[in-house]
Design a binder for this molecule. Sequence first.
Ligand SMILES: Cc1ncc(COP(=O)(O)O)c(C=O)c1O
Length: 419
Amino acid sequence: MVLSFFIVYIVGLFERLLSLNAKIYIVVSMMNISTRMSCLKPSATVSLNEKVARLKKEGKSIINLVIGEPDYPTPSIIVEEGIKALKEGKTKYGASGGGTLLKNAILDKVQRENNLNYTLDEVVAGIGGKEILFHIFLSILDPEDEALIFTPYWLSYKAHVELSGAKLVEVPLDFSDGHVSIDIDKIDSYFTPRTKCVILNSPNNPGGYAFSKDNLEKLGRYLLSKNVWIVSDEIYEYFSFDREHHSILNVVPELQDRTIIVNGMSKSFSMTGWRVGYALGPRSVISKVKSLESQSSTCIPGFIEQASSLALKHGKELVQTQLQTMKMRRDFMVEQLSSIKNLGFIRPQGAFYMFLNVSHWYSSDKKDSLSFCEYLLSGSGVAVVPGVVFGKDEYVRLSYAASKADLEEAVVRLKKVLV
Ligand SMILES: Cc1ncc(COP(=O)(O)O)c(C=O)c1O
């Protein structure tokens, strides 16, 4: 039953309490929102970033190491192409799931850089990797299905899986010795008859690790015996600092009929605001993702498609200098933070994050990652993300996609606090 009623007060009481000279009309709505949405929270990283922006605007000296985006601009050649396309009138609806210009550019890119072969009906593009991932999970998961993920994990997978009605099953990774690998013997115990997919994300957000070729191959061989989808999010592919990036399909190509590869323009080309993501996989699922695109965001704007196609055509070469800079920042942060006693972390091999174990500093007033982050923000003005949102409450995530000056200042402040 839907209850909706008005309560009207002549507010003698409130007038006295609040010194108001007016009547207050309180409208109490009892309309329900869907049960599906009850699990949904706004993205913690996006909210935190907004809070930091507010504090900065108020004049506070904050070093923002929250958000996951490169700090350098989109390469000018891409921007110019976007402007050119706008002037050419590429401002109308385009093809749902990506036009042939973009899709061909993606196919060429994965052939050239990843040695993977797909056809036009096995690729789909949409408004960011996030939207593409959401539509993939909606396409492959039924209510009560289970999706396996390695902890720590990027927070939106949980929201996407749960909105699909399914359950996220966390498989903890052992990284006590500073290195990360999947223990194939242990993963077996997490499979149930309801396991429908395994989510991989290497290089990893928030962990900063990347699976070795050998480990991926072992996992891939094991997964051949399982009837599950593999969603391999390779959006940080270009940020592989210590070894060449390997997709699970490079090491176990037989998995192509059940693997969906996700990638996008945001991180690779510093195009977070342009909102372009894509997926490659079997026609059965790609066609469903395409239908979802057509029923939701419709299409990627034409001028953005044109600029993205040019970026993909140039590929990794276009951002080589920026990637070198990011690697230097990684080295700087690892060197500096290694000297802080009791601070544990995985040595980052990829992406642009460090996942720091700060539990040594937990006490009665900062007993978890959330209160620790608040303490760090208010006490030293360094903004980082609580690990609880990534499934690990003893940790916080720091993004080193920031200027050298900011990173140097952050290190000084962190060293003062973490004693
Ligand atoms: C692991 C991972 N996958 C996907 C995305 C989505 O990126 P976008 O929607 O900007 O393409 C992000 C963004 O932070 C991410 O960290």
